[in-house]
Write a protein that binds this ligand. Structure first.
Ligand SMILES: [Zn+2]
Length: 500
């Protein structure tokens, strides 16, 4: 019978919590103080012990369990629901300490004691990215929804600012621990084990996703190579030299790197030891076409790990690859119709809305993710009782575009163009064969048709347009000028993205 290796538990602070220390040594406050001072060194000792334990387990060839946390991952739905509702009350009280949520509760005419069940959550309004951005603009730099003093913060991360002002995410040490466990649980479900050599090819610059990989794979006990992005030559050298078995990268880069390797005479299926590619940072990881093309090209299993900076890794695919499992005990999820904000029916698409249950510093109540998912009541045959969204993230709401990892939206382009002298009033975003990668369908170039008034100097106008767009989105567009009024106008819901 397979046994679960429990050594990873020894990495957690939980294993040497104050509660256990208090229970083990109930000999007065003075002694407790001394013990807590020693906590750091106890953890280090445990980490060394846990590595030894991992080594022992491997050398004794004890098999691994399929589950990282069998109790949570296979908990009955009823028990899970009760657990989530217990956590909900705590997170509501915690959030209500902040002016941000006090305002929201007041606007809805609701007090924390009114929110007792998951059903009660509907009494509260949605929280959007714009709400967060406004809060951070009015109370710079962190906004007014931080529940802990800055001295309790152990990490600071930022969005790229491609959809407006960059937003900042702050993590307490406990938040970091929670994210680490969540990542480890995801990667374990993919099949990653302590003997794997993991190459992290995610952009590390202020980007929390990079650290999910580093912390999660380290927690499992893998050998983690922290490469970051860039230098395809070096990435391949490292992959070959160290026999890397698992790499984390974007779908676009997976295609690019395979092509680059081929030009260098490296056959990625035969000359490398890769067994898994985990896709992150772009949509497409759950798309069966993209996944199978990467699997075919590389000769590996491909997994998806969706999540956004604010909600920090809400799901993962298991070996069954039926869809994306929700990290159920850490989130309350809803799938809502984007217009009515009412729950959709089974078989319908809607926007995923998340309430965090294990986030200390910046809890989110009814967070509008902007991600479309398919609501289904089917469960996965892998044995996990958590909810599964077939196909993972299907698309983004609104007309949001992602161009080489940068999010661009038409109303943002419009506001930038309106600042340029000579703008004729209308424009189009052009998607054609020269701006879309044929393998993934992902945009890698921003192509614009822009109306320019006839009296304007064309060269100056194009330069000004490029400068304004670059300043707003950090991406330089390709600009084609067209005459004023040559593009259709709209009375309701402009459709400014055209596909040729
Ligand atoms: Zn499953």
């Amino acid at each position: 019978m397979l046994q679960k290796p429990r050594y990873h538990r020894f990495f957690t602070i939980k294993a040497v919590s104050n509660l256990e220390v208090d229970a083990a040594f109930p000999i007065g406050l003075l002694m407790l103080f001394k013990i807590r001072v020693l906590l750091g060194s106890v953890c280090m000792v445990n980490e060394v012990m846990s590595r030894q334990r991992a080594y022992d387990l491997q050398t004794k060839e004890i098999g691994y369990s399929e589950f990282w946390d069998i109790e949570m991952e296979t908990m009955s739905r009823d028990k899970l629901l009760r657990l989530k509702e217990d956590k909900l009350q705590k997170i509501i009280e915690q959030a209500y300490q902040t002016p941000f949520y006090q305002r929201k509760f007041k606007e809805a005419g609701v007090s924390p004691s009114d929110i007792r069940t998951i059903e009660d959550l509907k009494k509260l309004p949605i929280t959007t990215k714009d709400d967060i951005r406004k809060s951070q603009a009015e109370h710079p730099p962190y906004g007014d929804y931080l529940t802990v003093p800055l001295k309790q913060i152990s990490g600071l991360y930022s969005s790229s600012g491609s959809t407006g002002q960059p937003t900042t995410s702050l993590l307490t040490f406990r938040d970091q621990e929670v994210v680490t466990e969540r990542s480890a649980r995801s990667y374990w479900a993919f099949g990653i084990r302590p003997e794997d050599v993991v190459q992290n090819i995610i952009n590390p610059q202020l980007f929390l996703g990079y650290w999910f990989v580093h912390w999660g794979a380290t927690r499992i006990g893998c050998s983690v190579i922290s490469m970051g992005i860039g230098s395809s030559d070096r990435q391949l050298q490292v992959m070959q030299r160290y026999g890397v078995t698992c790499a984390f990268m974007t779908p676009s880069y997976a295609f690019h790197l395979a092509e680059f390797a081929s030009k260098k005479g490296i056959h990625v299926r035969k000359d490398l030891n890769l067994q898994y590619i985990v896709l992150s940072g772009e949509p497409g990881g759950s798309d069966p076409v993209i996944r199978s093309r990467i699997e075919e090209t590389w000769g590996v299993k491909v997994f998806d790990c969706p999540g956004m900076m604010e909600a920090m890794g809400w799901g993962y695919t298991c070996k069954e690859q039926k869809g994306v499992h929700m990290q159920e005990d850490h989130f309350i999820w809803e799938v809502l119709d984007p217009e009515t904000k009412e729950p959709v029916q089974p078989g319908e698409r809607g926007v995923l809305v998340l309430t965090t249950l294990e986030t200390d510093a910046q809890p989110l109540i009814r967070w509008w993710t902007d991600d479309y998912v398919l609501y289904s009541e089917d469960y996965c045959p892998c044995g996990r009782t958590s909810h599964v969204f077939p196909g993972g993230i299907l698309s983004r709401s609104d007309d949001m575009l992602k161009i080489s990892g940068v999010r661009v939206w038409p109303s943002g382009i419009e506001s930038a163009l309106k600042e340029v002298n000579g703008f004729g009033g209308e424009f189009r975003i052009v998607k054609d064969s020269s701006s879309i990668r044929k393998e993934t369908g992902a945009l890698f170039k921003l192509k614009l048709q822009v109306e320019c008034r006839s009296e304007t100097d064309a060269v100056d106008f194009i330069k000004n347009v490029k400068d304004k767009i670059k300043a707003k989105f950090n991406i330089t567009p390709e600009v084609e000028l067209v005459a004023v009024n040559s593009l259709d106008r709209f009375e309701f819901k402009a459709k400014r993205i055209i596909t040729k």
